[in-house]
Design a protein around this ligand. Structure first.
Ligand SMILES: NC(=O)c1ccc[n+]([C@@H]2O[C@H](COP(=O)([O-])OP(=O)(O)OC[C@H]3O[C@@H](n4cnc5c(N)ncnc54)[C@H](OP(=O)(O)O)[C@@H]3O)[C@@H](O)[C@H]2O)c1
Length: 318
């Protein structure tokens, strides 16, 4: 198929493009930078220079490429987010999720694109009450921390806009927290660096439940969605949601670092604000049942426990 990956040079794009090529697809990848265009050529994709927030450029790109499938992977998250000012940090990403999606939808309509796939997120957007593990049909958080309100609104807007474009067999992939190459959980990633230096504490009881996913499993799930499967929302996460009080000490053990320190929530609030405290203590995890059933996707790394170890080395499981 002719596939346009909008935002082909980020953590997902760099894992996805080679998978699509291996599966025989013709891949066009967008970037704003000529340097990254060279990387796309090396991955055997055809680079296209495009700013996703420039309507004219998006319309022109899609008109020229005439893709059968468009995959929206444009985010602006390269700098480690300051959790305290979450919405400010996510402002450009939020624009890519809303305006960026508008432009892609308008452009796709021009050329009759058959399928639209977009990147969303699962984890902190889940309602922070009730069951520890949520499915796609559970409600999102009605009362997120104030500093996350606009980001959650953008996620809702993206998802509802895209799912409304029924003629494009839309798929929204709600990815969990990435680990693996190009992510904060790689050997040279920010989070791993903080854990090595004991700068990432367990806050309060560490009850926030995280759903992780290896970036190669993200690429495999996305490729399956390119090729088929029913429209709708899918959580793309591993089989092993775990609270911070479990995964953070285990990550430290794998890195052969000292165990994380513990900090009460009221102190942590000064450092990482309400968003950070919520992610450490209150968020819920996500189930991958639907993606397994309907996309016929099975994560190769079923658990972050094994995945972190494979990625980062370290002693065998306790
Ligand atoms: N679910 C998750 O856990 C999750 C999700 C997303 C990101 N992240 C993390 O956030 C960090 C950064 O993410 P990332 O590596 O994907 O990089 P990123 O800086 O978020 O960029 C992602 C893609 O979007 C493109 N892009 C950015 N702004 C654009 C714009 N205005 N118009 C068109 N394209 C635009 C970039 O292309 P060019 O810069 O080449 O133009 C790139 O291809 C990584 O550590 C990643 O793991 C995590």
């Amino acid at each position: 198929m002719r596939v346009l990956v909008a935002g082909a040079t980020g953590a997902v794009g760099r894992a996805l493009v080679p998978v699509l090529r291996r599966r025989g697809h013709e891949v066009f990848g967008t970037t704003r930078s000529p340097g990254n265009a060279q990387d796309l050529l090396a991955m055997e994709a055809q680079p296209v220079i495009m700013d996703g927030l420039n309507r004219t450029e998006v319309l022109e790109t899609v008109r020229e490429v005439e893709p059968e499938v468009i995959v929206h992977q444009m985010t602006s998250l390269a700098n480690a987010p300051d959790l305290k000012h979450f919405d400010r940090e996510f402002a450009l990403t939020n624009r890519l999720r809303t305006e960026g999606a508008d432009y892609l939808i308008a452009a796709a309509r021009q050329v009759g694109t058959a399928r639209l796939i977009v990147q969303s997120y699962t984890g902190w957007p889940n309602a922070r009450e009730g069951e520890a593990i949520k499915s796609e049909s559970d409600p999102l958080d009605a009362t997120p921390p104030r500093e996350m309100t606009r980001t959650l609104e953008s996620i809702r807007e993206l998802e509802s806009k895209v799912l409304a474009v029924g003629e494009m067999a839309p798929v929204v992939l709600r990815y969990g927290a990435f680990y693996g190459p190009g992510t904060p959980f790689s050997s040279d990633g920010d989070v791993v660096g903080m854990v090595r230096q004991r700068k990432l504490p367990v806050v309060g009881g560490g009850g926030g439940v995280w759903s992780f996913v290896h970036i190669d499993d993200v690429a495999a799930a996305t490729a399956l969605a390119v090729e088929g499967g029913p429209s709708g929302l899918y959580n793309i996460v591993d089989d092993d949601p775990a609270p911070v009080s479990v995964w953070l000490p285990e990550l430290a053990r794998i890195l052969e670092a000292k165990p994380p320190i513990h900090v009460p929530a009221w102190i942590a609030r000064f450092l990482i604000g309400e968003p950070g405290v919520s992610m450490m203590t209150r968020i819920r995890g996500s189930s991958n049942d639907k993606a397994k059933r309907l996309l016929r996707w099975t994560p190769v790394c079923g658990s972050w426990r094994e995945g972190f170890r494979r990625e980062l080395g370290g002693p065998p499981a306790a």
